[in-house]
Design a protein around this ligand. Sequence first.
Ligand code: TXA
Ligand code: MG
Length: 312
Amino acid sequence: MTLIINEIETAVKEIITGNVIGLPTETVYGLGANALNDNAVLKIFEAKERPRFNPLIVHVHDFSEFEKYAGEIPEDLHLLYEKFSPGPLTYILKKKKNIPDIVTAGNDTIALRVPSHEMFREVIRRAQVPVAAPSANTSGRISPTSAEDVLKELDGKINYILDGGRSDIGIESTVIDLSGEGISILRHGFITKEEIESLLGKKLKTGHDKILSPGMSKSHYAPLTPLYELEKNADLNKFKKENKNAGILDLARYSSLKEAALNLYSDLRKLDSMKHEFLVYRKVTDKGLGAAINDRLHRASSGVFKIKSNQD
Ligand code: TXA
Ligand code: MG
């Protein structure tokens, strides 16, 4: 049985013992374990049914920890860190040998993030170990943004979930690669490309010359009910009338992209539990935070919904 708890001390004990535990972060809930303990990390992969080739983010409580685990600290990291950390930015850096291969899936790089959620940071600080934590969902499914969501995903597979309230941001961290020549975004997230470029005063690398995050396989973040993209100009009212069995993910009703990101996964979960025959959404703008939202929608979707014309 899995319990939702409020005591940080119990979470610290679980990490030290080598168990996995659901932990709150400002982005989405994580499934954490001691990153220095192979067996504990293995339990993360098992609980999530995550493919072993997909490396994990290592969470630390402040910058001093970067020097322990990262081989090189590039100049731009200081600027980025000062502006965006603690918070939803994950840095890919050359790694030192002290991080087990299972964490980085054999790569010579490590993903490091300092979360801003105070309860999570307190757990890391008190456990005195770095905490490897992917999102606390079954691999490929919708990321959880509350302790109750984690319970639905992983009930019986872990002992505890530390309840830190609803995640403030609701979408994952941006993953940025600083390990080679030039800087590129491997996964869009809450911190936008535009914000990073304006801070650094240069363009990020784009194109296909870079291998993406190993975790960026096409099908991801998916509800169990099939989800389709509705063409941009589709008449929503007409669609609703003609498709009473469809659930509609209407992100346009939110007043900002931040609000849309915050509600994206919880709305998807709600719709997924309503026994619709299928779900539909319309993309948001590709600018700013819209890039991360559209990326998640695209990976969660089964394709474009073709509206029948009257002649059919
Ligand atoms: O907001 C977040 O980032 C959440 C919270 C819990 O921190 N975590 C999260 O973890 O989203 P996960 O495992 O669901 O996604 C981590 C992403 C994956 O796409 C993975 O492939 C990539 O980071 N990643 C991790 N280590 C990497 C590495 N060494 N090189 C390239 N990509 C890496
Ligand atoms: Mg994930």
